[in-house]
Design a protein around this ligand. Structure first.
Ligand code: NAD
Length: 378
């Protein structure tokens, strides 16, 4: 942690109290007790690719409760660029080989893993073993077994874990959840959810390489469709049936290009999801007993846009989703606020991903899901 430099931090914490909260205390009185020093949590980004460079690092300048304290990179040339741009001390710069020595660095409270999907589990587990809280980018891992291993490692180390589901912190998403919860337009009967873009360029990029990505559009964008289907319907599905299509098999050699899937919910409601690396899609529409509401776009970096059947526009002033997301996690650590994107949510989505691939492999056979309330945060 370090003294505040950019914005006032609404919490002021005494040193001993910080240690208590970092060890997992959820004691609000503890965290708000006044000390003389104003503190923020130090975040180290692991993997300085496009998401870290263009979204997370700039967002960390806008967070109230955390700041960019360190970096972990396999590219030596990036070290001095980031060091100068973000005033990162040399002692807070790591590579993949010396990463584990981060255990000795008191500046780093949270390790944020922003690497290709198949590397998430290894680095999240090492981060937990170093005693640091963990944010794991989406998709949480490339299998349910890996999600379990990350969750277990964080539990064992008594550190907090969240998945980089920025939409869970977005006000539009939370407005939709409120419509569903309060039945503003009556019970939801049908949800339509699209998430895709047209992949271009180098066919050797890691997202098209099964070993590094774990899968194609479904792993990358499909998790958004799964998430919107769930918060659009207001609960976990009880079954899924899925289909896969391809119009560019020569480009998508190893990974899925386009997938559609249908979810059934316990009340008989249905969600139809679409995800693709070869067609654009960015929309959520919920058809209810007494009207409808939609977000379009539904999950880009913003501004999001929404409307309802009663002619209203859903509108909020634009804020960085990534800043909101990292602050929400910091408040979970510091104040014991709910973890709005816990590891169990990432694991639930990976159970659904595996069920979708299984349905496709079995020629579109329906897969029953027994998720209960897993990953649901109200
Ligand atoms: P990227 O290709 O831009 O960056 C990947 C980084 O990993 C690079 O710094 C690269 O050097 C490093 N790397 C280490 N080993 C590598 C290897 N063997 N092959 C390729 N790169 C390697 O990717 P990105 O867009 O920054 O995505 C990183 C992670 O963040 C992914 O899990 C992705 O799903 C996630 N992501 C999330 C969002 C979101 O909105 N939450 C948006 C973009 C990406």
């Amino acid at each position: 942690m370090k003294n505040l430099t950019r914005r006032d931090f609404s919490l002021t914490l005494g040193k001993g109290l910080i240690a208590t909260s970092l060890l997992g205390s959820s004691n609000l009185a503890c965290a708000t007790e006044v000390g003389n020093q104003k503190k923020k949590l130090g975040v180290a980004l692991v993997g300085l690719g496009s998401y870290s460079t263009y979204q997370l690092a700039p967002a960390l300048l806008d967070t109230e409760h955390c700041y960019l304290a360190g970096i972990v990179t396999g590219t030596p040339e990036k070290e001095s660029i980031w060091k100068d741009k973000y005033a990162i001390p040399h002692s807070n710069i790591y590579n993949y080989a010396n990463f584990d020595s981060i255990i000795n660095n008191a500046d780093i409270d949270i390790i944020y893993v922003v690497l290709p999907n198949s590397m998430h589990a290894d680095f999240c587990i090492r981060a937990a073993k170093a005693g640091k809280h963990v944010i794991c980018e989406k998709p949480m891992a490339v299998s349910v077994a890996e999600c379990d291993a990350i969750i277990d490692a964080c539990k064992k180390a008594n550190v907090k874990l969240s998945v980089g589901y920025r939409m869970q912190s977005d006000p539009y998403t939370n407005e939709v959840k409120k419509f569903v919860r309060e039945r503003t337009f009556g019970e939801v009967h049908f949800v339509s959810s699209d998430a895709g873009y047209i992949s271009q360029g180098n066919p050797d990029q890691w997202r098209l390489n099964r070993e590094l990505s774990g899968g194609g559009a479904l792993m990358n964008m499909g998790v958004y469709s799964i998430q919107t289907s769930i918060y659009g319907a207001g609960g976990n599905p009880i079954s899924v049936t899925a289909q896969e299509f391809s119009t560019r098999p020569e480009y998508f050699k190893e990974t899925d290009e386009t997938i559609t899937a249908q979810f059934e919910f316990v009340n008989g409601a249905v969600a139809q999801m679409f995800t693709s690396h070869n067609a654009n899609g960015n929309r959520l529409k919920c058809h209810c007993a007494n009207g409808w509401f939609e977000l379009d776009p539904a999950h880009s970096y913003g501004p999001i846009s929404g409307r309802t059947s009663n002619g209203n526009v859903i509108s909020f002033s634009h804020q960085s989703q990534q800043a909101l997301q990292m602050d929400d996690f910091a408040k979970h650590i510091l104040l014991g606020n709910p973890n709005i994107a816990p590891g169990e949510m990432g694991k639930r989505d990976m159970i659904i991903v595996e069920a979708i691939y299984k349905s496709i492999a079995e020629g579109g056979k329906k897969q029953n899901l027994d998720l209960g309330e897993m990953g649901i945060v109200s």
